[in-house]
Design a protein around this ligand. Structure first.
Ligand code: DQA
Length: 148
C-alpha cells in the first residue's frame, strides 16, 4: 500500500462556484471523494490538503521528507505561475509528483503559460477538467505498481 498526497492550491476550494465554464460544476469534495474511492480500490491510501496559503503548502511538502509519501498529485493553481518557494520545497524533499490543471492554461492569458513546476514534474495533465485528477491518479497507480 502506498500513500498518495493530493495537494490543491488557492481558490480550488471554490470549485463549482468559481467560473464553472472553465472549472466545471463539481466541488473539490466531490472530486476528492471519487479519488479516495479509486485509490482505495487500488489498495492505496490518499491524503488530501487544499490551502490558500503558500506557507501551509510549503510546510506540508516539507513534512513529506519524514512521512513516506510515495507520490504527490498537485494542482498549484495560481502559485504555478509565481512560486519559486513551492518549487524549491518539492526539489528539497524529492517526492515525485504530477502537476494537474483543470483548465487548458494555454488557451488562457499568457501569464498562465509558464509554470514553475512542469519541468520538474513526472508528468503534467492540463485541460481535461476534473477528470485530470483521475487520470493523474491512474498514472500514479501504474507507476507505483511498476516500482514494486
Ligand atoms: C488552474 C489554472 C491556474 O492558472 C489558475 O490560477 C487556477 C487553476 C487550473 O486548475 O486550471 O487557480 O491551476
Amino acid at each position: 500500500m502506498a500513500k498518495i498526497l493530493v495537494l490543491n492550491g488557492p481558490n480550488l476550494n471554490m470549485l463549482a462556484k468559481r467560473e464553472p465554464g472553465l472549472y466545471g460544476s463539481l466541488t473539490l469534495d466531490q472530486i476528492i471523494a471519487n479519488l479516495e474511492a479509486k485509490a482505495k480500490q487500488a489498495g492505496h491510501e490518499l491524503e488530501t490538503l487544499q490551502s490558500n496559503s503558500e506557507q501551509v503548502l510549503i510546510e506540508r511538502i516539507h513534512a513529506c521528507y519524514d512521512q513516506a509519501i510515495d507520490f504527490i498529485i498537485f494542482n498549484p493553481a495560481s502559485f504555478s505561475h509565481t512560486s519559486i518557494g513551492l518549487r524549491d520545497a518539492l526539489l528539497a524533499v524529492g517526492t515525485p509528483f504530477i502537476e494537474v490543471h483543470i483548465s487548458n492554461v494555454y488557451q488562457r492569458e499568457a501569464f498562465r503559460h509558464h509554470s514553475y513546476f512542469s519541468d520538474i514534474a513526472q508528468g503534467v495533465i492540463i485541460g481535461l477538467g476534473p477528470l485530470g485528477y483521475e487520470v493523474a491518479l491512474y498514472a500514479v497507480i501504474q507507476k507505483l505498481s511498476a516500482r514494486t
